[in-house]
Design a protein around this ligand. Structure first.
Ligand SMILES: CC(C)(COP(=O)(O)OP(=O)(O)OC[C@H]1O[C@@H](n2cnc3c(N)ncnc32)[C@H](O)[C@@H]1OP(=O)(O)O)[C@@H](O)C(=O)NCCC(=O)NCCS
Length: 202
């Protein structure tokens, strides 16, 4: 039986795998980004490293098969990412002079945490990522995971949360709208779409 529980350090590899298997507009990213470490290093592991208390997993018999992860304070997260998280990764993945491949584009994102500081999102200080392995989708787990996250933020007195997504991911969009998120228009962001909502007070 699957349960939702707080993240544990032993979930780290499973979280990275889930990120890879859902990282291309909700689908398997291995063809687009043929490097097993880069996507989780950019979009999953910094969150469980920085704010493990805000990470929750869907556990099916001992293994994590889905997660919701994020930060309560995007500017503080960006500062930590720039100062602590990025330096060893920047050595391993130097910024390419030109963006020739999807992997180059991803390395560019890795090097630019300040892209997360979007003026239109400043009054939604928290942000999140939610991903489930394909066989666990559509069974209500996403709803419980995101509600757990919204309650955890509410208990920390964080008023609102945002997320960014690939516009190709129409299923995720439908999910977020169903969960009470509304789109936040952001100037000059043709690649991404942003949604936000209030957290849930305890
Ligand atoms: C998006 C995701 C987290 C949703 O979780 P989920 O467990 O599949 O969603 P749930 O079963 O809890 O659905 C909750 C509600 O959203 C709706 N919903 C979920 N997925 C939907 C879809 N693809 N199309 C339409 N509605 C959808 C459900 O119908 C449900 O509505 P209801 O409460 O009225 O019945 C999950 O499908 C997923 O991990 N997808 C792959 C990774 C991904 O795309 N992550 C988001 C990246 S931005």
């Amino acid at each position: 039986m699957s349960v939702i529980r707080p993240y544990r350090p032993a979930d780290r590899a499973a979280v990275a795998d889930i990120c890879i298997l859902t990282g291309d507009a909700g689908g398997d990213s291995r063809e687009r980004f043929p490097d097993p470490d880069l996507l989780p290093a950019a979009f999953a592991l910094p969150y469980v490293e920085h704010e493990p208390e805000l990470a929750f997993v869907l556990d099916d018999g001992g293994a994590a098969v889905g997660y919701v992860i994020g930060t309560a304070d995007t500017p503080a997260f960006v500062k930590w990412y720039r100062e602590e998280w990025l330096p060893p990764l920047a050595e391993r993945y130097p910024l390419p002079e030109r963006t020739m491949t999807p992997l180059d584009w991803l390395v560019g994102l890795l090097h630019n945490p300040e892209r997360m500081l979007v003026p239109e999102l400043a009054d939604h200080p928290a942000h999140l990522h939610i991903d489930l392995l394909p066989e666990y989708k559509g069974a209500g787990h996403g709803r419980v995971l995101i509600t757990t996250f919204l309650r955890a933020l509410g208990a920390m007195n964080v008023p609102r949360v945002h997320l960014g997504m690939d516009p190709r991911n129409t299923g995720a969009r439908a999910f977020y709208e169903r969960m009470g998120f509304t789109e936040i228009p952001v100037a000059g962001e043709p690649r991404g779409q942003f949604f936000g909502r209030a957290t849930i007070a305890p």
